[in-house]
Design a protein around this ligand. Structure first.
Ligand code: BEZ
Length: 216
C-alpha cells in the first residue's frame, strides 16, 4: 500500500499546469482553483510540533504581509491531521504570540503530496520534505524549491524569486544571479544575427552581444 502511494507520485514540471487538488485545511476545504487570479506559494513541512518547522511557520508569517502586497497567498501542507494542525497553531500563538494567518492542508492520505512529489523516500518514507511550489495566477507551476528535513528555508529567497518572476513577466526580461529589485536586468538573448547587431546600438550595458543588461 505504501509503495502504491509513493509510485503514484512524480515530480510536477515547471511550465505545466499545477496539479489540481481539493483538500481539507485549517480554513475549510480549499481547491487549487480557489487561487485563480493570485500567485500561490504552496509549501510542505515534515511534521507539526517540530522545532525547525515551527521556526519556518514564524518566518512565513513574518513575510505574509509582503506576499500579500505582491498578490501572493500562502498554503501549508503536511501529512498530519487537521486537529494536529489546529493544536499546533494554537500552541504557537499561546507560547510565542504569533497567529498563523494562512491555511494548512491536512494531507492524511498523501493525495496532494503524491501529486506534487513531496515525499522523497530516501529522506523520509512518512513525511513530506520541505518543498515550495510557486504557482502563477493562471495556475501554471513556475518554480519549485526542495529542502531536506534538517534545514529551514530562506524567506528572503522566496520573496526575491517571486519579485524576479513578476519582474520578468511584466517587463519581458530575465534577471541575473543574486538579482534584487532595483538592480539591472538581463536583456533576453537575440534570436537572429540582425537582432544581435541591433542590440549593440541600443545603449545597453553589454559585455558582448549575448550578455546585455539594462535598467528598468
Ligand atoms: C524539525 O522541524 O525540526 C524537523 C522535522 C523533521 C525532521 C527533522 C527536523
Amino acid at each position: 500500500m505504501e509503495e502504491d502511494i509513493e509510485s503514484k507520485g512524480g515530480l510536477p514540471l515547471i511550465g505545466d499546469p499545477a496539479p489540481e487538488f481539493e483538500a481539507v485545511t485549517t480554513f475549510g476545504t480549499l481547491r487549487l482553483e480557489d487561487y485563480r487570479g493570485s500567485w500561490l506559494i504552496l509549501f510542505s513541512h515534515p511534521a507539526d510540533f517540530t522545532p525547525v518547522c515551527t521556526t519556518e511557520f514564524i518566518a512565513f508569517t513574518e513575510i505574509y504581509e509582503e506576499l500579500k502586497k505582491r498578490n501572493a497567498e500562502l498554503l501549508g501542507l503536511s501529512v498530519d491531521s487537521v486537529s494536529s494542525h489546529i493544536a499546533w497553531v494554537r500552541n504557537i500563538e499561546e507560547k510565542l504570540g504569533i497567529k498563523i494567518p494562512f491555511p494548512i492542508i491536512a494531507d492524511l492520505n498523501r493525495e496532494v503530496a503524491s501529486k506534487y512529489g513531496m515525499i522523497h523516500p530516501g529522506e523520509s518514507r512518512t513525511e513530506t520534505v520541505r518543498c515550495v511550489f510557486i504557482i502563477d495566477p493562471e495556475g501554471i507551476l513556475r518554480a519549485m524549491l526542495y529542502y531536506p528535513l534538517t534545514n529551514g528555508r530562506n524567506m528572503d529567497e522566496i520573496l526575491r524569486l517571486l519579485d524576479a518572476m513578476q519582474t520578468s513577466d511584466e517587463h519581458k526580461v530575465a534577471t541575473p544571479a543574486n538579482w534584487r529589485p532595483g538592480d539591472k536586468v538581463v536583456v533576453p538573448p537575440p534570436n537572429t544575427q540582425e537582432m544581435a547587431e541591433e542590440r549593440m546600438k541600443e545603449g545597453y550595458e553589454c559585455v558582448d552581444w549575448y550578455l546585455c543588461k539594462k535598467d528598468l
